[in-house]
Design a protein around this ligand. Structure first.
Ligand code: X6L
Ligand code: MG
Ligand code: MG
Length: 170
């Protein structure tokens, strides 16, 4: 059995529903089990900043799927949840990224693991650290907590724990 960490993000309403549906679909797959979930964070958009705030989280999965099969599953779930790719780095119903797969370094045309930019993104590092502070990003030989220590406080301030408001759909 393999352990993978997946990053989830959504910035089109209902954001929380998209995250929950993505997790349900992962769990419905025969060869994937979601074993742990981070808290949900509300995050300032990065890359393309003229868009709504995101909800981001990280999940740990156990899977007998190989990395490319896992990628295909993630892409299929994005599609069935209505993801349309218009603007590069633009709004999405749901984004599912493979961050880590065991402690492997994988470089293929379709897939790079660890996710090549994960060490720069507080919206990935903070929820991942909640699940596994000491996990090492093999391509950088550094733990998530070490990388977070080197992340600017401005980047970290853009990532705030999200609390569901009573009486609202979201
Ligand atoms: C310079 C150039 C600096 C590009 C940063 C950063 C590009 C992140 C793309 C960048 C750059 C990305 C999410 C997001 C995106 C998300 C939040 C991306 C891909 N996805 N912002 N922006 N959460 N908060 O899930 O990650 S687009
Ligand atoms: Mg992404
Ligand atoms: Mg993606």
């Amino acid at each position: 059995m393999n352990t993978a960490y997946l990053a989830l993000g959504s910035n089109i309403e209902p954001r929380i529903d998209y995250l929950e549906q993505a997790i349900n679909r992962l769990n419905t797959e025969d060869n994937i089990e979601v074993v742990r979930k981070s808290s949900i964070y509300e995050t300032e958009p990065v890359g393309y900043t003229n868009q709504e705030q995101f909800l981001n989280m990280v999940v740990e999965v156990k899977t007998s799927k190989q990395p490319l099969e896992l990628l295909e599953t993630c892409q299929h779930i994005e599609k069935t949840l209505g993801r349309i790719r218009e603007i590069k780095w633009g709004p999405r119903t749901v984004d599912l990224d493979i961050l880590l797969y065991n402690q492997e370094s994988i470089k293929m045309e379709q897939l790079e693991v660890p996710h090549p930019r994960m060490h720069e993104r507080a919206f990935v590092l903070i929820p991942l650290a909640e699940l596994h502070n000491r996990i090492v990003i093999p391509t950088r030989n550094k733990s998530v907590s070490e990388i977070l220590e080197a992340t600017s406080s401005q980047d970290k301030e853009g990532v705030v724990k999200w609390v569901q408001k009573l009486g609202e759909d979201e």
